[in-house]
Ligand binder design. Sequence first.
Ligand code: BGC
Length: 280
Amino acid sequence: MEHSQKIPIAAKRAVMLFLPIIGFKMRLQNKVAIVTGAATGIGQAIAIRFAREGAAVVVDYIGSPDTPNKTEEAIKSSGGKTIAVPADISKPDQVQQLVDSAVKEYGRLDIVVNNAGIEKKYAFVDYPLEEVQKIINVNLIGPFLVSQAAARQMIKQGGGGRIVNISSVHEDLPMPTNSAYCVSKGGLRMLTRTISVELAKHNITVNNIGPGAVYTPIDADVEAQPEMEKALMSEIPLNRWGKPEEIAGLAVYLASDEASYVTGSTYFIDGGMLRQAGSY
Ligand code: BGC
């Protein structure tokens, strides 16, 4: 049993309650956030960290109602606020329901993290159209629709907002056999840049996080093949996988009041992968 599991829930709740009173400011206190694809991986780490920083977190997921259990349990057992809402982010009506659920439950919406993403590798010449469409729908149309519905709500309620997109080093860096994914992330790069300009007058900031190789289920194929994993690690100056929690730390900053003058850019967090020099 992990040490943290031995601490009674009541004690954790008391700590959450008293930290602000003794002057420890949680960085997302009183904020309401939606995190898409928050049942596993980077989204899960962000949802848990946001709740620890005081946000009420709407955990978006697809699949059976058991899917988001781990995220919900982790948040609730430390006294955080959360609801799980099933929504396919490529469907406008489900996206609207997701935003409406946040507003109905917590009264407003301050932060959206467009994290849900998928990838599938094929040689370009063999790439099936239906797979391209699926990937573009989840990785690009999804953030478009969620950001649109969220921005409408943020404008209506006033007071600005934060949109944080989980992109990839591959919004810039080509990756053979991953063309649909690279195209989707390249599109996400321009979505951010374009809407950051449009939404600036409403004090809504829009930024991308561009992770490199982070240890999550999306890379199960690489993790299962030692040779492939070794080749990937050799591309990374820090020579290791990133951890979802390391991405969550940057997401907290971009979602917080501290990042009030930060908009329209991508922040890479990749162990130096994009700066890999020629071999020596
Ligand atoms: C992709 C992974 C890849 C990593 C580094 C991520 O965006 O999802 O498949 O290993 O970038 O190349």
